[in-house]
Design a protein around this ligand. Structure first.
Ligand SMILES: [Zn+2]
Length: 410
């Protein structure tokens, strides 16, 4: 998952157990085995690395063993940039607005919007970058095809893991994780000040001095982090247990389940994408193979589904350029797990987006409510220790439930 999202914590609730078979072990048992293998035997899996390839080979061997026909698709991706030129611009705008909100209130009023569209701009930047490195997708199909006219459900999860954030130690890591949150709140605060100053009561100069100080601190923090990331040091990558060995583990567990209990009226595809963290390049390559707006194709993404007690489905993505996810899939998710809540991704995105952009019905699942997993996001601490089996079962059972809904033609 390339962008940070801040989620409210949910109260802890016991995980739901498998409803469809009492004799078989919970799907989380198999999912956890795959997660451990990916994180502990293989380790961090940067896009295009030998470790990412090892993870792909591991998954291919499992899927072939269960009787799936496995195909590889070559993927080109843009390697992450060393210097993010957007950051000095953001810092300069923050400083300007902090100093000029009294003289130029319109600038302060624009700030919340500017901050809200930052993830969109970041996304465009990734899209304009040249793709010069190679990764691959792995797509598995059941040996036996479903009857003609059955919907095709593509279940996706990304295999690669992200580069570690600049800070790995507790307190700095916590602050760094909250940077976008602070920037958003500060932008709203400046806009409110400008309105109060014009419409209610002219505010004293000391308020202006305070905002200049706050703006300088915030802009300095943002720029300082960017400069700190430039220090000559080898980039390290996250073991990626929650992001996203959890998605891969659940996908493999579900694939094994459906190898034993094939659906009657749904064609399945299990797609393990490469190079998601670099800007969803693997998913874009898979989506490009499908006809634009293909009516009978649905895509369900699994990303960060291994921690917390709340199951979430994505309803909408983006601020400036918004994409709504599939109503049909989201309805099926709610039927499968009635406590599942919708969430609008404004700060980040995931592999379902290239499918939505191609006019294909897609949605995504994630679990939330674990502060430990939130703090471990894109760090060396994203290890199997943050994974809880309840979240894996919630997700796996939801996917099985969605296939059941599609089978019933709902
Ligand atoms: Zn991810």
């Amino acid at each position: 998952m390339p962008w940070r999202v801040l989620l409210p914590s949910a109260p802890s609730r016991p995980a739901s157990m498998l409803a469809f078979s009492k004799k078989e072990p919970a799907l989380s048992v198999a999912a956890m085995r795959h997660i451990r293998h990916l994180c502990e035997q293989i380790g961090p899996r940067p896009a295009g690395s030998a470790a990412e390839e090892q993870a792909r080979m591991y998954a291919a061997a499992q899927l072939e063993n269960w009787g799936y026909r496995v195909e590889r698709q070559a993927v080109l991706f843009a390697p992450p940039v060393r210097v993010n030129l957007l950051e000095p611009v953001v810092s300069a705008v923050l400083l300007l607005a902090s100093a000029l909100w009294q003289a130029l209130p319109w600038l302060a009023l624009l700030m919340p919007l500017l901050v809200a569209v930052l993830p969109d701009i970041e996304r465009l930047r990734t899209r304009w970058q040249r793709c010069t490195a190679a990764s691959a997708n792995l797509c598995a199909h059941p040996a036996q095809a479903a009857p003609d006219g059955s919907p095709l459900l593509i279940v996706c999860a990304h295999l690669d893991s992200a580069r570690n954030g600049v800070f790995q130690s507790g307190v700095w890591r916590g602050y760094a994780a909250q940077t976008t949150f602070y920037t958003q709140r500060y932008a709203i605060f400046l806009a409110l000040l400008a309105v109060a100053d014009r419409l209610v009561i002219p505010l004293p100069k000391v308020v202006l001095a305070a905002t200049i100080l706050a703006g300088t601190l915030l802009a300095g923090w943002r720029l300082g982090m960017e400069l700190y990331s430039l220090r000559p040091q080898q980039a390290t990558h996250s073991p990626g247990a929650n992001d996203n060995a959890s998605g891969v583990g659940v996908l493999l567990a579900v694939a094994e389940h459906f190898a034993k209990h094939p659906p009657r009226g749904t064609q399945l595809e299990f797609c393990l994408t490469g190079a998601e963290e670099t800007g969803m390049h693997g998913a874009a390559a898979r989506a490009a193979q499908l006809p634009r707006g293909a009516p009978q194709v649905l895509m369900l993404n699994l990303d960060m589904v291994g921690a917390g007690s709340a199951l979430r489905f994505i309803t909408r993505d983006g601020v400036l350029w918004q994409y709504a996810t599939s109503v049909r899939l989201n309805k099926a998710i709610r039927i499968a797990h009635s406590a599942a809540n919708g969430i609008w991704y404004t700060l980040r995105s995931a592999d379902y987006l290239p499918f939505l952009q191609r006019g294909i019905a897609a949605s995504g699942l994630q679990t939330s409510g674990s502060a430990e997993a939130e703090l471990a996001y894109h760090t060396q601490y994203d290890t199997p220790q943050v994974i809880d089996t309840g979240a894996l079962d919630l997700t796996a059972n939801a996917v099985v439930g969605v296939v059941r809904q599609l089978d019933l033609g709902r």
